[in-house]
Design a protein around this ligand. Sequence first.
Ligand SMILES: *Cc1c(COP(=O)(O)O)cnc(C)c1O
Length: 381
Amino acid sequence: MHTYARQPLQIVRGEGVYVFDEQGRAYLDFTSGIAVCGLGHCHPALVAAATDQLQQLWHISNIYLTAPQAELAARLTKMSGMDQVFFANSGAEANEAAIKLARRYSKQKYGAHKGEILTFAHSFHGRTIATVTATAQPKYQEGFGPLPGGFRYVEQATIQAVKEAVTEKTSAILIEPIQGEGGVRPFPTEFLHELREFCTRMGLLLIFDEVQTGAGRTGAWLAWQRLGIKPDIVTMAKSLAGGLPMGAMLAVQEVAQVFTPGTHGSTFGGNPVAARAALALMDVMSAPGFFEQVRRREQQLYGELVKLAALREDIVDVRGLGLMWGMQLKTPRAGEVVERCRELGLLVLTAGPDTLRLLPPLIVSQKDVELAVNILQAALG
Ligand SMILES: *Cc1c(COP(=O)(O)O)cnc(C)c1O
C-alpha cells in the first residue's frame, strides 16, 4: 500500500557506510536505515553470527528456552542497568509492552483507577493504535479514531506543565530523552532531572523511549547513561540487532515482577537469529574505545555543522547528541536539500519539513564526516 513517500532509488547492496543502487552507484549513508544499521551495512561480525545461527535454529516458540535469547537477556539487562527484559520485534511493540507493564504495576500498587500515561508534544512512539495515541502529534492520528483513552499530553517541557497534566489516575510519564521523528529535539538535561525527581516523589513511573537513541546512538549504550537520569522502564528497538527486527522493553525488578506467565507474549520476540546479531553488536560496542571514537566523530560533526550554520543565514538551529543531529532551516526546504544530497551521493533524512536529520552509522570515519559535510554544503546551494 502507498504508505511511504519513497525516494526514487532502489538499493541493492550495502557495505559499511556505503549503499549501492542498481547501477552500482555508491551513496554515503547518513541515514543508517533511520538509526537501525548502527554498525553500518553487513558488518562482518554480525553477518557471521546471524549466518551461524541460521544454520542451527531459526525459530522455536517462547514456550522453550534458547541459549541466544537467554544470553542476550543477561547481557542486555546488565549493559542497560535494568533487571529484566521482554523481547518484542519493533519499537511500537516495545512501547506497547511498556504501557501494559506500567498500567499493571500501578494498578496493583495503587488501585484500579490508575492507568493514564502522559506523553509530550512533538513525540513519536509508534504507529499501532495505542502508540499512535501516545504520539502527541495530530497528523499521525488523523482518520484513525476512535483512539483508546488513557493518554494525556504535556505541551511544554516544564515541571509546571507536567503538574497540570497529572491526575490521580496517572501511572507513568513516557518520554524520548531526545525526540527523533519530532525534529531531533533534546530535552534540557535539567528538565529530565526534575522529571525524574517529580516521578519518584509522586509514585509515577518514568519510561524512556530509547527506540531511536538506544544502542549507542548518543555516544553511550543508552542515552540515560550519558545524561545520568535513570528511568524505571526503557524501550529499545531500531539498532538493537543492527538491522534485524528486534525490540526490547527493560525494567527494574520491582516493576518487572508484575509480568507473570500469561500476562504478555510475542510469537517472534527474542528470535534466536536476531538475538545472535544483537549479541555480536554488543560485543563490538563493548570493545574498549568504541564510544570514545563515536564521541570524537560527534565532536567533529557537531563542530562542522555549527561552522556551516555560522556561515549561512538559512540555518537557524543545530541540535542533537552523539551521532544524531538535526539542522533546522529557516524555510521548509529540507525535502529539496535531501534530494540534492542524493544526487551528489549522500543519503540524509528530514525530521519535519524544515529540519534535516543526520544519523550516520557509528563506525563513520573522519573522512566520511568531512565528505558528508562538504556535500551538504554544496546541496544547500
Ligand atoms: C522509530 C520509533 C518508534 C517506532 O518503532 P517501529 O519499530 O517503527 O515500531 C518508536 N519510538 C521512537 C522514539 C522511534 O524513533
